[in-house]
Write a protein that binds this ligand. Structure first.
Ligand code: DGY
Length: 322
């Protein structure tokens, strides 16, 4: 008997094909997210739940005691949408997909940084609206990026990849905040300076890019107080998780021009994006595109296949997080 799997959203076609071949797979052709009740019922009927960041798996959707499900294989590196303690209590393994989305997420962080500093979203909106009156010395002058200081919050794989691009591509100085010490060849090669506190990084940086995990430990790490620590001409970039930033405090800081702007790929209550943010010209807003390239999305799916195959063959699971 093949293990029974449920895939909660549409996945890239080559990945769905392999899943269907190797396992007894229920696909989600309509791509509609599962309701909390459907998620709870999945625990009773499937050996594996193949989840994504668009699913919510708080303790409330887990079955009270035992479940048929033995593994939740997440399509993505961040897993703060899954209550891992609830999974552990029920002997359910949780896996993620680290490594394969590092480059594309770092690329997108740089795209946001450049876009917000150089006002490219604003410029494109103006041109498409037919409101461009031609070149002029004062037209849409933005902030220079090259040579400025980038503060990285969370110097893990994606933080380092973002720093590398900024340092070697744009000659940026790198400072960073990370809870544990980071002193390796990679950070030394970019002369990246680890600062003792988050506030030190916020106060020093022209751009602050967030790369820490979401979830309770980092909820509202960036709040009204920390935003006040930033320079008034600095920009905040978030490709991590929406809950790392107090979104209302950020909107206030942007409206009052306490910081210069923000580039956001993630939001507090996705896919809802507050009208107050959409009204602001000094923000660039993207619909959670960090890992969204054909190559990376297939690679993420293949990592899930590897994790599931190892699990059901009784081998050590490569990307186990719980
Ligand atoms: C991740 O991997 O955590 C992304 O945000 C989902 O694409």
């Amino acid at each position: 008997m093949k293990p029974r799997l449920i895939v909660t959203r549409r996945w890239p076609a080559p990945v769905e094909a392999i899943l269907a071949e190797r396992f007894d797979t229920t696909l989600n052709a309509s791509d509609t997210p599962l309701s909390p009740a459907a998620m709870t019922s999945a625990f009773a009927h499937f050996d594996a739940i193949l989840a994504t960041v668009s699913d919510r798996l708080p303790v409330a959707v887990f079955p009270k005691n035992t479940a048929r499900t033995r593994i939740i294989a997440n399509f993505g590196v961040g897993f703060s949408h899954i209550d891992v303690a609830a999974a552990r209590d029920r002997d359910i393994v949780v896996t993620n997909t680290p490594g394969v989305l590092t480059d594309c997420t770092a690329d997108l962080a740089l795209s946001l940084l450049l876009a917000v500093a150089r006002r490219t979203g604003e410029g494109e909106r103006q041109l498409r609206a037919g409101e461009w009156r031609g070149w002029s010395p004062t037209h849409m002058a933005g902030a220079k990026v090259s040579g400025k200081t980038l503060g990285i919050v969370g110097m893990g794989r994606i933080g380092k990849a973002t720093a590398r691009r900024a340092h070697f591509g744009f000659g940026m100085k790198i400072v960073f905040f990370n809870r544990s010490p980071v002193d390796d060849d990679e950070t030394r090669a970019m002369a990246a300076v680890q600062m003792p506190t988050l506030e030190d990084v916020l106060a020093t940086s022209d751009f602050v890019s967030l790369h820490c995990p979401g979830g309770a430990g980092n909820r509202h790490l960036i709040n009204a107080r920390s935003l006040r620590s930033m320079k008034s001409d600095a920009f905040l970039i978030n490709t991590a998780r929406g809950d790392v930033v107090d979104q209302d405090a950020l909107i206030g800081a942007l409206e009052r021009r306490e910081i210069a702007g923000a580039g956001l790929d993630v939001f507090a209550d996705e896919p809802a994006v507050p009208e107050a943010l959409k009204r602001l010209e000094n923000v660039v807003l993207l619909p959670h595109l960090g890992s969204a390239t054909e190559e990376t999305r297939v690679a993420m799916g293949m990592k899930v296949v590897e994790n599931l195959t190892a699990f059901f063959e009784g081998r050590p699971v490569p990307d186990r997080v719980a």
